[in-house]
Design a protein around this ligand. Sequence first.
Ligand code: AMP
Length: 287
Amino acid sequence: MEIIKKIKDMQHVIKIEKQKGKKVGFVPTMGFLHEGHQTLLKEARDNNDIVVLSIFVNPLQFGPNEDFDAYPRDCIRDEGIAKNLGVDYLFYPSVDEMYKGERTTLIKVEKRVDVLCGKHRPGHFDGVATVVMKLFQIVSPDRAYFGMKDAQQVAVIDGLINDYHLPIELVRVDTVREEDGLAKSSRNVYLSEKEREKAPYLYKALILGKEKVLEGQKDFLKVKKDLEEYITLHTGAHVEYLEIYAYPTLQELQAPMEDQNIIIALAVKFSKARLIDNIVFSYNKGE
Ligand code: AMP
C-alpha cells in the first residue's frame, strides 16, 4: 500500500493505473476506521482492480460549534487496517493541501437538504458536496462507495453525480451494526458506558416505526410522536429530529403509494455524542 499526501501525486498514479486499463474503486472517509468503513473497503476490493481510500477530516462540513477539533483520529491504526484489507493507495492529504489558496467556488446543494441533518447543520452538505467533488477530481474513480448509515449524504451525492454528469457509479452499502443493533460510528466512542447500553434503542425505535408504517398506520405525526416518546423513555437523550420521508427525494409523504421507498431517520443527542441512524424500506415488500 502506498500512502499519498499530495494531490498531484495521487492524480499521477491514477493516470498511470488508468492507462493500464485498471478500474478504480474509491472509499472516501474521515478515518478512525471501524467495521462500517471496512465493509465499504471490502466491497471495493471485491469489485475493482485498484482500491483508493481517502482519510480527510473536512473542516468545510463542520459547523463552528461542532466537533472538528475533537473528531477522533488514529492514523497508525487506520494504516494497518487499510493495508490488511488490500487498499492500494491511501490518500491522506492535509487541510492545507486540500484547501490551498483562496477558494473561489463552493458547491451549493439545493435539493434534499432542507430536512434532517441538512436542516440542523446549515452548510454541512455544501461542505460534503464540495470536498467529494474535489476528491472525485483527484481520484477519478469508476465506482465510489458510500454507506446508507448517512442516507441523506447518499441522496446528495446521487444528485451531484447526476447534475455534473460524472462518469462514476455510486455504490450504496447497507449500514453495518453492532450485535445489539447500534449503527457503527466513529462517534460512538463519545458515549458513556451507561449511554452505550441505551443507544441500541435508536435502532429498536426505527424497526418499531417500520412495523407501524407497514401495518398501515397512516397518521405519521402520531407514529413520529410515539417513536420520539419511546426513545426519550428508554434513553433519556434528546431527539433532535425523527422524520418519515420518501427516499431518496426526501419529500413529505402524505399517503404512501405501492412500492414507495420510505426512510425513517433520526438524530439523537447524548451528552457528548450526536448519533444518526435510519431505516429505508419499500412500502409493500418490506426492507
Ligand atoms: P465517515 O468516516 O463517517 O465520513 O464515513 C465514511 C463512509 O463510511 C461514509 O460513506 C459512511 O456512510 C460510511 N459508514 C460510516 N458508518 C457506517 C456504517 N455503520 N455502515 C456502513 N457504512 C458506514
